[in-house]
Ligand binder design. Structure first.
Ligand code: GLC
Length: 754
């Protein structure tokens, strides 16, 4: 680095230190400064603030864009020196010196990679999620990233959809709790602090309802379902103060979100009162043309401005057409001002006017021991024990040699999962490494068997089988490579890829106990594999510390406490599959499976109810499911009343006892069912949960409150109702178990007449 740059960076650091303590401005002060700045801006400068480009270094073209005021924010620039040099161009070499915001997809960690959000959902622990987000903000903030495009709170009911990996699963209440926790972790209590990031609630909205689980596909969502399920987490994140939102690629009932005024203006702004910033998804404004909603980019720009998309990410729609639209009176400058106001407001909230630069003296803060320890705990709390016939925990008195098999045993890249642009895989600690450290290399016999999860070449099978025969227990690490989930990575067949299932059969044929440990970006269809293996552990891609986390669980040092945030299918064809389904007029009963049907059976001989001849009905493992090394017993719920008015509340208590021999954490789940309503209601709906740790023999009473908002459902657009009638309530270990207790919602007059 030449002396001139060294001097610049030294001055810069001094400047950072002097202003790093810039306290947060009040809302009134920010509004005043925004209005003042706006009054001095040209139309060109305003339009530039609405333009976001993906970075490509300190390149002359980008410098030209900045100096001409044609860009307001940059994503994907993560070199702090480049960030500072580009920021210098904006602050020192433009007429008004408006700083840039630097953004990145920091989805489940920046350098210390946590489990994918679907894995974090399996922890049912908001504190763990908040901690992971705080660590991510500190690491990303140390290179100048002050805005992350996270949390994704798209509800997903279809495992074929690759982006189910990035969300919190199929339930809106669980997604709400964890999404809010993530926002708190990113934004902290003072967004001007350089180790915080603006959160981004995405993808608004209904993206996870993509038809057939195919990414970017059309969605058809009746407004009542949209509001009951898909909008619920977004409303909570708006209320929790997520600084930004991102509109989604998909159309809802024929209207692409990027031009959906009802969604972005009427619901988000007018009804919810949200005053943050709305950014488009990558090119989503331009994509309204192939959608068939916009004639051309100029038309798309007008539609997006009208709907309320503040920032155009990589469509070049606003820089290309907004000036002409304003000059021709098709878009008012006042409307442009309202968008620019949201951008400037965010920059003031982030403290960028006072403190625009990365403090190079403390840049690149990664992999702190405490961060790695938190990432390991997240893995331990996210992994789900699906089956255990006694093989786990590894019994050190009987087990001397351990065979470690499979393409995911030592997969430093793939164990990190999807959306990890900044991964340094050499920091990933794999299960093989962790087990060698735990048991000694001499006691671990490693044979991958397959080189990667899609591998069909069985040349490695013989070594794997030999390894298994020499061992006392086989740990088979299978699953999906990271690339098989995430954006645009949908799968119509949810089987284990490649020859992994065949390898399991060969390992089982050795007669040794086999533990199947799956690392994947989604729930897979593993009916045969779960029948074959002696124990099954499921880990939605665990990130940097997958190895130590899984090793502690397999060894029994730590007890399992993961519970599934999704419904596991028996077969791919069951998708979409989710627990909070409708009962139908012919719920499954008397299931006759395909191989049990007699020859020339009569047409109605298998009964006429709702199930599959080959897959039966329901999940292989239900929402909320997970085993432990101990056992728990639930009392029947005790209600504070057996009837309440529609505006009344109810207390639900349940005593849970650890009936096993070791401590463990249990996730008590509160479900309701509204048995009769003017729109049929789901057979169960999660309305609360609490994760508690109990010592052997210990009992604890958990208490939940049910309020009208928990019993209400959307009956006509935004209108909700709590209708009189019978309800059931459960406190249960998952969506299939538990003893319900009933209560009634009755009209106040009925109560008064008693
Ligand atoms: C992608 C994704 C979105 C991401 C954005 C920026 O296409 O849909 O989630 O934040 O572009 O990378």
């Amino acid at each position: 680095m030449n002396s001139k740059n060294r001097l610049f960076l030294a001055l810069l650091s001094a400047c950072c230190l002097a202003t790093a303590s810039a306290a947060a401005l009040s809302e009134a002060e920010i509004n005043s400064r925004v209005n003042d700045l706006l009054s001095r801006m040209t139309l060109e400068e305003k339009i530039g603030q609405l333009n976001q480009l993906s970075g490509y270094g300190y390149a002359p073209e980008m410098v030209g864009h900045i100096r001409s005021g044609a860009v307001g924010s940059i994503l994907n620039e993560v070199d702090p020196e480049v960030v500072n040099k580009l920021q210098h161009e904006a602050v020192e070499n433009t007429r008004l010196g408006i700083p840039l915001i630097f953004a990145r997809d920091v989805i489940h960690g920046f350098k210390t990679i946590f489990p994918i959000p679907l894995g974090q959902a399996a922890t049912w622990n908001p504190a763990i999620v908040e901690e992971g987000a705080r660590i991510a903000a500190d690491e990303a903030g140390s290179v100048g990233i002050r805005w992350t495009f996270s949390p994704m709170v798209d509800i997903a009911r279809d495992a074929r959809w690759g982006r189910i990996a990035e969300g919190f699963g199929e339930d809106p209440v669980l997604a709400t709790a964890l999404g809010v926790a993530m926002v708190k972790g990113y934004q902290g209590d003072d967004l001007t602090k350089p180790n915080t990031m603006a959160a981004c609630a995405k993808h608004f909205a209904g993206y996870g309802a993509a038809e057939a689980g195919k990414d970017y596909n059309t969605t058809w969502i009746p407004e009542e379902l949209l509001r009951d399920v898909y909008l619920r987490p977004f409303k909570a994140l708006a209320d929790a103060g997520s600084a930004t939102f991102m509109c989604s690629f998909n159309d809802i009932n024929g209207v692409p979100s990027s031009g959906n005024r009802k969604l972005l203006q009427n619901i988000l702004r007018d009804e919810w009162g949200y005053d943050g910033l709305m950014v488009s998804d990558w090119g989503s404004i331009q994509q309204m043309i192939p959608h068939g909603y916009s004639e051309n980019l100029r038309h798309a720009a007008a539609q997006a401005v009208d709907a309320g998309v503040d920032i155009d990410m990589e469509s070049y729609a606003y820089t290309g057409h907004l000036r002409d639209l304003v000059e021709k009176g098709e878009v008012s400058e006042a409307r442009v001002d309202s968008l620019v106001r949201n951008v400037l407001n965010l920059k003031y909230r982030l403290g960028l006017f006072e403190n625009p630069y990365v403090d190079m003296a403390s840049a690149k803060r990664f992999y702190a021991p405490a961060s790695l320890e938190a990432a390991r705990r997240a893995v331990e709390e996210s992994a789900i024990l699906l089956k255990n016939s006694g093989t786990l925990p590894i019994n050190n008195s009987k087990v001397k040699k351990i065979a470690v098999i499979g393409p995911m045993a030592d997969a430093q890249h793939d164990q990190a999962g999807t959306w990890v642009f900044d991964l340094e895989k050499e920091h990933s600690v794999t299960p093989l490494t962790a087990l060698q450290q735990m048991y000694g290399k001499e006691n671990i016999i490693y044979a991958p068997g397959l080189e990667y999860t899609r591998d069909l070449n069985t040349k490695g099978f013989s070594d794997a089988v030999k390894a298994a025969k020499k061992a006392d227990v086989v740990l088979y690490f299978a699953g999906e490579e990271a690339v098989l989930s995430g954006e645009a990575h949908c799968r119509a067949d949810l089987s284990l890829p490649g020859a992994q299932s065949r390898l399991l059969d060969e390992l089982k044929a050795t007669g040794k106990p086999v533990v199947l440990i799956v690392q994947a970006g989604r729930q897979l269809a593993l009916m045969h594999e779960c029948e074959t293996a002696d124990a099954v552990v499921y880990c939605f891609h665990g990130g940097t510390m997958t190895g130590p986390g899984l090793a502690n669980l397999l060894a029994g040092t730590t007890n399992f406490s993961g519970r599934s945030p999704v419904s596991f299918p028996r077969m791919s064809g069951q998708e979409p599959l989710y627990y909070n389904r409708k009962n139908t007029g012919r719920p499954a009963e008397g299931i006759t499976l395909i191989n049990d049907i007699p020859l020339e059976a009569g047409q109605t001989s298998t009964g006429c109810t709702s199930f599959y001849l080959d897959a039966g009905d329901g999940a292989l493992f239900p929402f909320g499911y997970g085993l432990s090394y101990t056992t728990f017993a639930y009392s029947d719920p005790v209600l504070s009343a057996t009837e309440i008015a529609p505006d009344g509340s109810l207390t639900v208590k349940c005593t849970i006892t650890n009936t096993g021999k070791r401590a463990g954490a249990e996730v008590a789940q509160l479900y309701i069912r509204d048995h009769v309503a003017s729109l049929v209601r789901p057979v169960r709906e999660l309305r609360g949960f609490e994760k508690i740790t109990l010592q052997p023999g210990e009992s604890r009473t958990v208490e939940f409150q049910l309020h009208p908002s928990d019993l209400a459902f959307h009956i006509n657009g935004a209108q909700t109702a709590v209708e009189p009638g019978e309800f059931s309530v459960w406190v249960a270990p998952n969506a299939n178990e538990g003893n319900p207790v009933k209560f009634n919602v009755v009209k106040p007059a009925e109560i008064a007449s008693r």
